[in-house]
Design a binder for this molecule. Structure first.
Ligand code: GLN
Length: 489
């Protein structure tokens, strides 16, 4: 029989609501698993078992009938360590914030607390969310539970590994160019980047504010809908949050796709795509047709510009958002006799090489003389990319593509930055256009999971969940688990 920590939110809900198990029992199963496997998986930067136990006890005192009114009540989860937690270390996996304890909670913490979910800890990430493998974390890399020699993807790699290893039931991450969907694909999970403005970014330590969006990493599509129900919604504290009503996302979980029109963007089957991934995506398209969808090829002609545009805009924004780490307000401060030396030493000592590379690139793109040629031009091409999608969505309800060009790779395998950046070829165009996307498992290559991406119109998360659910229910991929027991004794 499956252990409690291996279950989904919806399976646990039944057990908790009927009183067959208590929040403390579920929490203990997760904490035991963490003790057993996290020394190898290394998903967490910070764990808060005492606070989690106290919260579980508090929830028990409320009584199961009260808890049953919240779909996430008593469910242990992890937060990416770029989401501020009041009184709890929030590091962004950077030396710069290695001792930073926020004085306030992010909107996500408030919402999940109000929903009576239980925070277990803060998960590892690429430093300031810059990366696709979690290798740029200043502290340690996280391992992929399917093969401990490989990366879990990034930048929300700790969050994904924690869920895939059954250390928590779900996790939150953030995605500016693929950081939820790439780890979901590499770890065999469901990962959704909602529409820009759907989820409040209040208290998110941003990488690129016009691209970032927070979203769930879950074991299946139903859990994704349940978490989205809780975290979506307008928040005046995030100026880009949009006041669009939040439907009950579980109402979209139907197995029929009759008449759904799906576009398959030709350009996403690019030369860097592993042919075995292509084959699995093609098989998935056949399955979607069997389920009633109509799949046709479509063209998004500006796709090839998305990667350079993304890197110009995201680094330009990062050069601005990261300017606040000056050794004065908070975070690391180097010892020095004068202000200029202090600033210089602080930033030299506390930022890692990838962060420095991006700050320099972004500052260059924004500098006078370069602004028009690079930053402004990138913004114009961003509009063209968005228009490609608008045209496609005039004909199709959603688009389908691979999530990542291949499966998880070994540590150190992608040494040059460009080969790492290419991993986001199919994911970052959505961020540039502000569109929602979901990655779900669509098969395995030599025991490593492969992800399928659905792309939707703004605020069409329901349609994405419908298609993802129908496909998922017709497959067994989401039921497979990594065999960690032999690796972690
Ligand atoms: N892998 C992308 C990058 O390195 C995405 C980062 C992100 O989504 N936060 O920029």
């Amino acid at each position: 029989m499956a252990k409690l920590n291996q279950l989904t939110i919806h399976a646990l809900r039944d057990l908790l609501d009927s009183g067959q198990v208590s929040p403390t029992e579920v929490l203990d199963a997760c904490l035991k698993r963490i003790e057993q496997v996290d020394p190898q998986v290394k998903a967490f930067i910070t764990l808060i078992p005492e606070a989690a136990r106290a919260r579980a006890k508090q929830l028990e005192d409320l009584g199961k009938d009260k808890l049953a009114t919240h779909s996430l009540a008593g469910i242990p989860f992890a937060l990416k360590d770029n989401l501020c937690t009041k009184g709890i270390l929030t590091t962004c996996a950077s030396r710069m914030l290695a001792n930073f304890i926020p004085p306030y909670d992010s909107a996500m913490v408030e919402k999940l607390e109000a929903a009576c979910a239980i925070t277990i800890g803060k998960a590892n990430l690429d430093e300031f969310s810059m990366g696709s493998s979690t290798e740029t974390s200043s502290f340690f890399p996280t391992a992929n539970p399917w093969d401990l020699e490989r990366v879990p993807g990034g930048s929300s790699g700790g969050s994904a590994a924690a869920v895939a290893a059954d250390e928590v039931i779900f996790a939150l991450g953030s995605d500016a160019g693929g950081s939820l969907r790439i780890p979901a694909a590499f770890c065999g999970l469901v990962g959704m980047k909602p529409t820009y403005g759907r989820v409040s970014r209040y208290g998110l330590i941003s990488y690129a504010p016009s691209l970032d969006q927070i979203g769930p990493l879950t074991k299946d599509v139903t859990d994704c809908a349940l978490v989205l129900n809780t975290i979506a919604g307008h928040d005046a504290r995030d100026a880009n949050s949009v006041p669009v009503e939040v439907p009950d996302y579980t109402s979209f979980l139907k197995e029929d796709l009759q008449g759904l029109r799906i576009g398959v963007p030709r350009e996403y089957f690019f030369p860097g795509l592993d042919p075995r991934v292509k084959e699995l995506v093609q098989k998935a398209l056949l399955r979607l047709e069997e389920l009633g969808a109509i799949c046709e090829e479509v063209s998004l002609p500006h796709t090839e510009y998305a990667l350079p545009v993304y890197h110009l805009i995201s680094t330009a924004e990062a050069s601005s958002t990261l300017a606040r780490y000056d050794g004065v307000n908070y975070g690391y401060r180097a010892a020095a006799d004068d202000l200029d030396t202090m600033l210089q030493k602080t930033r030299t000592e506390a930022f890692g090489p990838e962060v420095k590379r991006r700050i320099i690139l972004g500052t260059y793109a924004l500098s006078s003389g370069c602004y028009d040629a690079y930053y402004l031009k990138a913004q114009k091409v961003r509009t063209l990319i968005k228009q490609d999608f608008d045209q496609a969505f005039a004909q199709y309800d959603l688009l389908v593509s691979p999530t990542a060009p291949g499966v998880a790779f070994s540590f150190g395998e992608k040494e040059d930055p460009l080969s790492m950046y290419l991993l986001d070829f199919c994911t970052n165009p959505l961020n540039l256009a502000g569109l929602p996307g979901i990655s779900i498992p669509c098969g395995f290559i030599q025991k490593m999971p492969v992800g399928l991406q659905f792309i939707g119109r703004p605020f069409s998360e329901g349609t994405l969940l419908q298609a993802a659910y129908a496909y998922e229910q017709s497959t067994e991929w989401h039921r497979q688990k990594p065999d960690l027991d032999n690796d972690c004794i």
